[in-house]
Design a protein around this ligand. Sequence first.
Ligand code: ATP
Ligand code: MG
Length: 521
Amino acid sequence: MRKAIIEKIKNEIESLNGEVNITELGVVSSVGDGVAVVDGLNTAQMMEMVIFSPDAGVLLQDLLNSDKALYGLVLNLEEDSVKIMILGNTVSVYEGMRVYRTNKLLSVSVSEEMLGRVVDPLGVVIDGKGKVTGKKDMLIERVAYGVMDRSSVNEPIHTGIKAIDSMIPIGRGQRELIIGDRQTGKTTVAIDTIINQKYEPKEKRPLCIYVAIGQKRSKTASLVAKLKEAGAMEYTIVVATSASDPSPLLFLAPFTGVAIGEYFMEQGKDVLVVFDDLSKHANAYRQMSLLLRRPPGREAYPGDIFYLHSRLLERSAKLSKELGGGSITALPIIETQEGDVSAYIPTNVISITDGQIFLETDLFNKGIRPALNVGISVSRVGSAAQTKAMKKVAGKIRLELAQFRELEAFMQFASDLDEDTRIRLESGRRYVELLKQPQNNPMPFYKQVVSIYAANNGMYKNVPVASVRQIEDEFLAFIERDRNDIYEDIESGRELFDEVLEKLNQAIEDFKNTLNVDNKF
Ligand code: ATP
Ligand code: MG
């Protein structure tokens, strides 16, 4: 009899074959400031999602299927407890509450349906226009592609801003920082870049993801309206967080942005991601780390803030042909205080990116908008990707402006100038005027080439500085109306061949005659 029982137990044990699935359960031991300390989740992983169960009778399965489940994120693994950031309403978490492991690292469910929508960092749509069904779960934190999976940047992404596309070209897969004080037009540069993508042929058009980190809700709403009006929302996804959201959501937002981007990049598509802005992101991470009682470092930021941002920006990539050749171009934004670029977070992000676009309050107030300081703005890899046509015309403008800056500094001391200096200054002034551009008015790349070529060939020589932009408008309209084949040539061939140049020179000549510049001014 005894033997039979033992035999039976033995059989039972053997039949288990290790497939027992015990859901791990923890209990909240204390809660405050959006952080729950939980006992019992000994094997929980970093960045794992956990789920808070409102009462003991509810099954995990029901919770997972419910819309209203309250999630938490495991962030500190300590000796006998874990610290969990509550992703939602903290008030409903109480001591003694049950917490289930989900065995899932935090991820966002992505699909094409997200295009044109506004989502939160967990991928839930928040624009009130109905659900989207996700196709693939993308990990929010994951290791970036390695060296062998990448290829070098070789295709341009056009911002539609003359000063940037000509002198600080950006390539697909590059990380270009937009940096400047508050209210210098940083967001505008990023938004104009998104709007400009509508001029790209559809099959090559990058999808855009705008990540708002701790922005005012009203600002994000007007931005979405602007994109819609410009017809840019159909290829754009907005990941929105506001200043009143809990800090872990702000911390997650840019990671969600790239995770969504990776979904498209893996299909061989090009993606543009804007992080607006990483200063606020650093502040959110600092707040979160202090609440988790991690030790503070320089400027009270946690010691791993550099690692945080490099982990994020390394995920921007140009994939090799074997992997489909997709790319993620990143435009992180940083806000400086009083133009101080040597503060902790700005220097960090400058050293992680492939170049930076400096915007300055002084220039902005002088009316030079976009307030780009072309002297210190750089793009370290983009010139390899610049189109040949643009390369051809951009050399001269760069040189002229550099000489102009030099002379301008001199001019403050010397009153009478020699002829040569005067001509250089006059020419420089006209280039500065030409590079001014109203907001939300990006110019397709082929128009830029024509405009700069005309300037290089003396179009504005006898034109008063104040009229430069008007003449430019008229000239471009003239080309569009009468010589549209020039635009087509540049757009399709993307190169300035001799015959195109001939046509262009002729057009400049003809246009000048219609103007009769010398008499008019
Ligand atoms: P914040 O620090 O508040 O985020 P920001 O640096 O992102 O500001 P924007 O919001 O882009 O700056 O622009 C600031 C103001 O300057 C806005 O009112 C915008 O309309 C104006 N502005 C930006 N670019 C231009 C431009 N090229 N021409 C004219 N006005 C512009
Ligand atoms: Mg802004």
